[in-house]
Design a protein. Structure first.
Length: 193
């Protein structure tokens, strides 16, 4: 008995969602096709009904993972830019985000790996970085265009770098200091505009 196209699409989406979480948690090489298909409730042999190759799956998973955090940051468009920025900084540099890479920002999770992921992965990563920079530039809209661009690059680099380092160190106090000091500096940075 064949599976309907609707079921196939649901299965495909489930596989990609699980893989997106794993990519953020374990990196590009941390996905076992057999384990992934088992967790999706499907057979290993069914993988090729959904993807032409492992690289196709990884590319889709990265694109999915990258898009998920953007949806989170757009939750309250009625909040003034400065308040949205402060809320985004607090959310991004939170202990919860640090401790939950599987549900967190893939730009931070993949910052040291995207360059190894092939053309499609790098293109998706680049699109997401450009999108984040654009969102930050809008928050910094009271500044001259060149200054807003420079400042958005600085802010995004600080956010991503702080989370990546906070996840990587084995000293909890240093990890908290990285998150808290970066949040404090970014809020001060915004206030001086």
């Amino acid at each position: 008995m064949g599976t309907s196209q609707e079921d196939k699409e649901k299965h495909h989406a489930r596989i990609v969602a699980i893989a997106a979480k794993r990519v953020r948690e374990k990196g590009l090489d941390g996905i076992s096709i057999a384990d992934l298909m088992k967790d999706a409730g499907l057979t290993h042999g069914g993988f090729y009904r959904h993807f032409g190759s492992r690289e196709d799956l990884i590319s889709e998973a990265v694109e999915c993972a990258l898009g998920q955090w953007t949806q989170r940051t757009r939750r309250d468009p009625n909040k003034p830019s400065a308040k949205r920025f402060q809320a985004a900084v607090d959310d991004y540099l939170s202990i919860n985000h640090r401790n939950s890479p599987g549900g967190g920002c893939a730009v931070a999770s993949l910052c040291s790996e995207a360059w190894r992921g092939g053309k499609r992965v790098r293109q998706a990563y680049t699109r997401q970085v450009k999108l984040y920079l654009s969102l930050l530039e809008r928050v910094l809209d009271g500044r001259r265009r060149q200054v807003a661009r420079r400042d958005s690059i600085l802010a995004l680099s600080a956010l991503v770098g702080a989370v990546a380092m906070a996840r990587s160190v084995d000293d909890d106090q240093l990890s908290l200091d990285l998150l808290n000091s970066t949040a404090e500096a970014l809020k001060f940075f915004l206030a001086r505009a």
